[in-house]
Design a protein around this ligand. Structure first.
Ligand SMILES: Nc1ncnc2c1ncn2[C@@H]1O[C@H](COP(=O)(O)OP(=O)(O)OP(=O)(O)O)[C@@H](O)[C@H]1O
Length: 580
């Protein structure tokens, strides 16, 4: 993510805004000069028409340009925020799962929602403000030097001292602001964590404890927020003291010189006006430096999140062109999925899959069984390329998946997770999520296969029933079946089912098993399953243990030949079922 590039995209608006600010500043600077001319004209009894006309013109220009400057810069800032959020949202959705899993969701939200606006608005506004303030300052100082350089030296001395203090304060503002953004992010993460598990919190009677923990995080954010306010609050008074000091010096010394005739009264009036006009841009300059410092803290956090590794940026596995690879492999290995000596670990020294090899024919139901933690779900995640193997090759229809485009790979593989999440929207929107162009007949078939046609038919609004947040209106089993129907509609070559029958009663499970078998007649179905009734009808069973494939065969073969399978069958499935 390149913030500079985003800002560059909106440079036209920024330039127009800054241009308006500069014209406004020039009109402001001309006012004291013209007032001096007016005073001189009055004292010499000359016509005052032109000085008054010019002063009115400068006032109007100043007001119009200042309004235009604020609007145009604000608009540019909002456009920059929009681009930053759009790009960040896209990068998060395309991020690599292992990297994404390490992030706290609350922190992601605070970076994407609030840090982006602080970063971009502050940067656009503060930068524009700095340019116009510097122009006002330089212009003011030049004009003051032309009026009286001795008084200017006195002014610069007093204001310069205040400026040094203000600069030190601005630096403190940045440090405190960075801490505050971190604390606000930690509070967001804490809130997200407990709200995501609200029922567990209530069931564990942990409301009190969690409220205290949230209050502790909020208190940290409050303290660092107060530090930011404290340092920011000192900025303006520091500059005000400098102004008052220089005003006292300029007026007393200037009046003395007017009295001796060293200085015309019109020049002193103009000079004092410039002094007032100088203070506002000086304060603005320090405020915008402070703001830009805060913005820098937010920019840092946005850029950190934007740097999250992207899926498509992964290296291609072996450089074999996909087409040739496909032709070569199709002749020798027509398996729907093939693992060739695949090893993988989430951490370098802890292998989770060790030298796993198996292959699935183009059609049929294959079950994966094994003790908890054997690496079954990890195997599925490798097929989807959410994870990449440390060594070995995974092929889909003979093609190394490392060389496939992710869109192509994932359109061929349907994946129903353990706790299949629903998206916001209606049943129809959820069903057609992976295949938005599916027609009514296809939708009806998928519903029938997943035994959902009866349930949907009884709903007053049928397919257009709104599911609410994350499918809150469905039971666990209904959610699971909807996820299966969604996958069937995708018409993939391979379907991965991760314990989809776990939530179901016997009748529904029987219906779903039939659906699985029917789907298995058209494509390869690979199902992680614990229920024996699901497993026994599988064409083949892969037994995994401690990251290895231990045995492969039918239920009867494995009962006869494999110790672990026999134990699993007895313990997990119930002794009376084990010999089905
Ligand atoms: N994101 C992760 N980071 C680190 N280790 C992980 C991660 N996910 C899983 N593991 C570890 O990898 C091993 C295999 O996990 P996996 O989920 O693949 O097992 P499983 O066979 O599907 O288990 P279950 O039947 O309980 O779902 C386990 O030891 C687990 O602790």
């Amino acid at each position: 993510m390149n913030l500079r590039e985003i800002v560059r995209r909106h440079r036209a608006l920024l330039i127009i805004g800054i241009g308006m600010g500069l014209v406004g500043a020039a009109a402001t600077l001309a006012q004291p000069w013209m007032l001096g001319q007016l005073i001189e004209a009055v004292s010499l009894d000359k016509s005052v028409v032109w000085p008054i006309t010019f002063i009115a013109l400068f006032f109007i220009t100043d007001a119009a340009m200042s309004a235009g400057h604020t609007y145009v810069i604000g608009r540019a800032g909002e456009s920059i925020v929009f681009d930053a959020r759009r790009i960040l949202g896209g990068r998060l959705l395309r991020s690599r799962i292992p990297h994404f899993a390490r992030l706290e969701h609350g922190d992601i939200f605070s970076r994407t929602v609030s840090d982006t606006s602080i970063a971009c608005l502050v940067i656009a506004q503060a930068l524009a403000q700095m340019v116009t303030s510097v122009f006002m300052l330089v212009g003011g100082i030049v004009l003051m030097a032309m009026l009286d350089w001795l008084l200017l030296l006195a002014t610069v001395g007093c204001l310069g001292l205040a400026s040094v203090v203000a600069l030190l304060l601005a630096r403190q503002v940045r440090v405190a602001a960075l801490k505050n953004r971190e604390n606000v992010g930690a509070f967001g993460s804490g809130l997200q964590r407990v709200l995501g598990a609200l029922t567990t919190v209530k069931a564990s009677r942990a409301e009190e404890r969690e409220t205290e923990e949230l209050a502790r995080l909020a208190e940290k954010a409050r303290r660092s927020g107060i530090r930011v306010t404290g340092f920011s609050a000192l900025l303006t008074p520091t500059m005000n003291v400098g102004t008052q000091l220089s005003l006292a010096v300029v007026i007393s010394w200037g009046m003395a010189r007017v009295a001796t005739g060293d200085m015309p009264p019109a020049d002193l009036t103009s000079f004092v006006m410039y002094l007032f006009y100088l203070v506002s841009p000086l304060v603005m300059l320090f405020m915008s430096i402070g703001q830009a410092q805060q913005g820098r803290a937010a920019v840092q956090r946005v850029l950190e999140l934007g740097a999250i590794p992207q899926e498509e940026e992964e290296d291609r596995h072996d450089g074999v062109p996909a087409e040739r690879d496909a032709r070569e492999k199709a002749a020798t290995a027509p398996a729907a999925v093939r693992f060739e000596n695949v090893s993988f670990g989430y951490h370098a020294d802890v292998p989770v899959l060790r030298d796993v090899s198996f292959s699935l024919p183009r059609k049929g139901l294959t079950a994966i069984v094994g003790p908890s933690g054997a690496g079954k779900t990890t195997t599925f995640q490798l097929i989807e390329r959410f994870l990449s193997p440390d060594s070995g090759t995974i092929r889909i229809a003979g093609r190394d998946i490392a060389g496939l485009r992710l869109g192509e790979l994932r359109s061929q593989v349907g994946y129903v997770e353990q706790d299949a999440p629903m998206m916001r929207g209606t049943i129809r929107e959820n069903l057609t999520y992976a295949n938005p162009s599916a027609d009514a007949a296809e939708v009806a078939r998928a519903l029938r296969l997943a035994s959902l046609d009866g349930f949907v038919g009884e709903l007053p609004q049928g397919l257009d029933t709104d599911l609410g947040e994350r499918g809150a209106g469905l039971s666990g089993g209904q959610r699971q079946r909807l996820a299966i129907a969604r996958t069937l509609l995708q018409r993939p070559d391979v379907i991965l089912l991760d314990e989809v029958t776990a939530h179901l009663d016997s009748d529904t499970e029987a219906a779903l098993r039939d659906a699985m078998l029917e789907a298995a007649g058209e494509c390869a179905v690979l199902a992680i399953a614990h229920r024996l009734s699901t497993i026994v009808r599988a064409d083949r069973i892969i037994v995994m243990e401690e990251g290895r494939v231990r045995a492969t065969g039918t239920h009867r073969e494995l009962i006869a030949s494999d110790e672990v399978y026999r134990r699993l069958a007895h313990q997990q499935f119930g002794a009376e079922d084990a010999l089905i």
